[in-house]
Write a protein that binds this ligand. Structure first.
Ligand SMILES: Cc1cc2nc3c(=O)[nH]c(=O)nc-3n(C[C@H](O)[C@H](O)[C@H](O)COP(=O)(O)OP(=O)(O)OC[C@H]3O[C@@H](n4cnc5c(N)ncnc54)[C@H](O)[C@@H]3O)c2cc1C
Length: 423
């Protein structure tokens, strides 16, 4: 094989791209990674340590469930995990209380989910089985979770794909990485470089052409890279913005069958942990759910940082589309003032650092992460087919549980590299 024949270009230096690059470089392939941003990590985005006092996360933060690929990498990198503990609270518009999961319909829901054979959208499932007034609170809490946690539209989201999250008491354990996801990215980048991977930052790929057994990758700045294969790991909404060879663009028709949701994430650092000081019983609070404009909040518990993270996910984030980061920070402060029944100026007066991202506005993400519709598995199978010289990889291509996660991205990168090595 000539040197040219072994060269693989990977578009995107997020979790999937870096994982694939490392795997291919370790197996002796020449690998070039082209990344649009001025940094690696993609939707893993560590905020400045100096601003928040710890490696705060503007993007991915938690390790969900088993996550075998992530945990394997963490062991290699010598990084440890801290399991999430603490209490979940909620604000019903009048008062704060510990959230209890004791819905009278819970057993019926579990049984229906266990026996479910044919997939259907979550909203339809709820209309079919839980239409009555007495189920309104359960319907609401499920829809709130599908929108908020999965960033998905209940009218389109797959019930089968989401049922693991609801069964047996909800989500599997969650954890945070000591040092943050940024430390994992640093490890991958260093390992890639050690194995000879070249990473070009600031390269926005605009077109890929096939010419017989060779591919040509064109960047907006004019750079051109010849290679024998291309792996595209850009987020789903950006795939259509790259001119692709006919065999690859034909497969893209099915991407509409994969959901892609949005998240607004707001980090507010305060001079003091005023919520713990005012309400001693909130000393162990992790999550706080409400119906405010920015509805979900969490602390760094058991770490004691005076930081509250606000979260708003799903289709209704469009309602805040006109807000810039400062407007989002204001909305966050307003929500906290309402929840804790404090004058807005008092909460604002304690603020020492803030960051807010509407991920739909990020030009190289255009949203947060993918979610499954009843047609997603079939779409993924078509996208994963290895026709031509272009492969698709990334979190949206992952066919296991917990789609839309860093684990999904890492596992997909690994799978794509494996397919290429076994060809
Ligand atoms: C706010 C938020 C919170 C999240 N929370 C969690 C969490 O707690 N736990 C979890 O597991 N997951 C979480 N996720 C999801 C997780 O971050 C993603 O699933 C994962 O990081 C995706 O990795 P990827 O490699 O598939 O894509 P990306 O990380 O998006 O990588 C793709 C790369 O391609 C680059 N790119 C785009 N267009 C071009 C182009 N034209 N040319 C060159 N490069 C290009 C992008 O800049 C990017 O670096 C969260 C995501 C967001 C946004």
């Amino acid at each position: 094989m000539s040197e040219m024949a072994e060269h693989i270009v990977i578009v995107g230096a997020g979790a999937a791209g870096l994982m694939a690059a490392r795997e291919l470089a370790c197996a002796g392939r020449k690998v070039t990674v082209l990344e649009a941003r001025a940094r690696c990590g993609g939707r893993i985005h560590q905020l400045p340590l100096s601003e928040f006092g710890y490696p705060a996360e503007g993007g991915a933060e938690f390790v969900h469930g088993e996550a075998p690929v992530t945990r394997g990498l963490l062991r290699e990198a010598g990084l440890s995990l801290q399991e999430i503990e603490g209490e979940q609270w909620s604000f019903d518009g009048a008062r704060l209380s510990r959230e209890e999961r004791d819905d009278p319909h819970e057993a019926e829901l579990q049984a229906l989910l266990r026996d479910l054979q044919d997939d259907l959208p979550v909203a339809e499932f709820l209309r079919r089985h839980f239409a009555g007034n007495d189920s309104a609170s359960m319907r609401h809490s499920i829809e709130r979770m599908v929108e908020g946690y999965d960033a998905a539209d209940p009218e389109r989201a797959s019930t089968l794909a989401l049922r693991e999250e609801w069964m047996d008491g909800g989500h599997a354990p969650q954890a945070r990485i000591d040092g943050g996801y940024g430390a994992l990215v640093d490890f991958l980048v260093a390992d890639c470089r050690r194995h000879g991977v070249t990473i070009h930052l600031g390269c926005v790929v605009s077109a890929i052409e096939e010419d017989g057994r060779e591919a040509v990758v064109r960047c907006a700045g004019g750079d051109v890279h010849g290679c024998s294969r291309v792996i595209l790991t850009v987020p789903l909404p950006l795939l259509r913005e790259i001119a692709l060879p006919a065999s690859a663009s034909a497969r893209l028709a099915v991407t509409d069958d994969i959901g892609f949701g949005n998240v607004i994430k707001i980090l507010l650092r305060f001079a003091r942990p005023w919520w713990r000081e005012r309400h001693q019983d909130l000393a162990h609070m992790t999550f706080l759910l409400s119906e405010q404009k920015i509805p979900v909040w969490w602390t760094q518990y058991p770490s004691q940082h005076a930081v509250l993270t606000g979260w708003f996910g799903g289709p209704r984030t469009l309602e805040l589309d006109s807000l810039d980061p400062q407007g989002l920070i204001e909305a966050g402060l307003g929500s906290l003032a309402a929840i804790f029944k404090l004058p807005r100026e008092d909460v604002a007066g304690e603020l020492v650092a803030a960051s807010a991202t509407n991920w739909a506005h990020d030009p190289f993400a255009r949203g947060a992460y993918s979610w499954a519709t009843p047609r997603t598995r079939a779409a993924q199978a078509i996208l994963a087919r290895a026709d031509g010289l272009v492969s698709f990889s990334g979190e949206a291509l992952y066919r296991g549980p917990d789609m839309g996660t860093v684990e999904a991205a890492l596992a997909s990168g690994l799978e794509t590299a494996g397919l290429i090595l076994r060809r």
